[in-house]
Ligand binder design. Structure first.
Ligand code: SAM
Ligand code: SF4
Length: 354
């Protein structure tokens, strides 16, 4: 076993993962019968913001350029994932994916490698106005923008950067490029929960679908405390002071992480991803590749399997697929936050790829 650069999770680079008991299944099945079909690929650890629930103030330690997967390597993994392992959608994340100057090339080569597959990004939106045309031309099909508050001062405090106008420009650009319906993600934080109704009103007025996310213990500063966390029940109470909310469950997809509510009778909706209080681990269908090319089967599991070494060591597609299957077979049953002695993972959210 050797360590990788960021935060030193355990990364297997020798000896294949333990696949004892694994059925002869072509896809990414795990011991609990879940099959991963949704691939998240982190493309960088760099970011234009420093959200307190994610990054340290000084940013993450830089990954050496040679340690990052190249566009061609990412596209090869996308091809293997889609063609051989049953992946049905691919989302590029980070860090901030727009910090990679070659993001259009990553998307373009991935679109060629897996024609027809849904290729999206999760972004803070900063700089999207300058890039969106080239990204859509390359094959980008959807974008999720993260926006926690529309109050400039709160935004600056939460993200440690005064960049709210740039995010608004990104939202407008995504609309103008036809990337609709545009989803907004907001992490529920104690400092901003009082402004949640204002954010929802803004999202509706600007034609966006807003989803709130419970904060998970994935901050680099390890300051998360369950008792400080704003949970779904509290958020619903706050939103209820301004809107009439009618629960509609998960109308589009019963395994989707977000539960939805109609706002003032509809058609607008608001979603809540209650990752902590109503864990959806038993329905999790995600597999993650970090920016340095390790497979991470769970946000909360530090065990990683190195595919970059295989990619660069001349392994054929079948061998890479075999290791990826093995990595996912070892996926843990859930995040384990409810267990006494729970310890957050070594990597923070920005170093995993959320
Ligand atoms: N920089 C991009 C962005 O912010 O959208 C992509 C990477 S970011 C890590 C992906 C998503 O993870 C964002 O929606 C962000 O709000 C969310 N996130 C980060 N830290 C989180 C935490 N501790 N708990 C819940 N969600 C978190
Ligand atoms: Fe950057 Fe996204 Fe993390 Fe905020 S959540 S610090 S925008 S990677």
């Amino acid at each position: 076993m050797t360590a990788v650069d960021l935060g030193m999770p355990r990364a297997r680079s020798t000896g294949a993962p333990d696949t004892a008991g694994r059925p002869d299944h072509p896809g990414l099945i795990d011991r609990f019968g879940r099959v991963a079909r949704d691939l998240r690929v982190s493309v960088t650890e760099k970011c234009s913001l420093r959200c307190t629930y994610c990054m340290p103030a000084e940013g993450l330690p830089a990954i050496a350029r040679d340690d990052l997967l190249t566009p061609a390597e990412i596209a090869r993994l996308v091809r293997i994932g889609v063609r051989d392992l049953g992946i049905r959608e691919v989302r590029f994340t980070g860090g901030e994916p727009l910090m990679r100057a070659d993001l259009a090339e990553i998307i373009g080569l991935s679109a060629e490698a897996a024609p027809g597959i849904d290729l999206s990004i999760t972004t803070n939106g900063i700089g999207l106005d300058h890039r969106v045309r080239s990204l859509v031309d390359a094959g980008l099909t959807r974008v999720n923008i993260s926006l926690d508050t529309v109050d400039r001062e709160h935004f600056a405090a939460l993200t440690r950067r005064d960049r709210l106008p740039a995010v608004f420009a990104g939202v407008a650009a995504a609309h103008a490029a036809g990337l609709t319906p545009l989803k907004l993600n907001a992490v529920m934080m104690r400092q901003t929960v009082g402004h949640a109704p204002e954010l929802l009103a803004w999202a509706i007025a600007n034609g966006c679908r807003l989803r709130f996310i419970e904060q998970m213990p994935l901050d680099a500063d390890h300051a998360w405390l369950r008792e400080n966390m704003v949970d779904a029940a509290e958020l619903l109470e706050v939103l209820g002071t301004r809107f009439a909310l009618t629960p509609v469950g998960r109308p589009d997809d019963p395994s989707a992480p977000a539960e939805e509510w109609l706002v003032d009778g509809g058609p607008d909706t608001v979603g809540i991803i209650a990752s902590v209080t109503r864990s959806f681990c038993s329905a999790c269908d995600r597999t993650r590749i970090t920016a340095e090319g390790t497979v991470r089967s769970c946000l909360f599991g530090d065990d990683e399997t190195d595919l970059r070494g295989l990619l660069r060591g001349g392994a054929d597609d079948g061998e890479i697929a075999r290791w990826w299957r093995g990595a996912m077979w070892g996926k843990q049953s859930g995040h384990g936050m409810e267990r006494a002695g729970f310890r957050p993972p070594v990597r923070s959210m920005g170093a995993i790829g959320g």
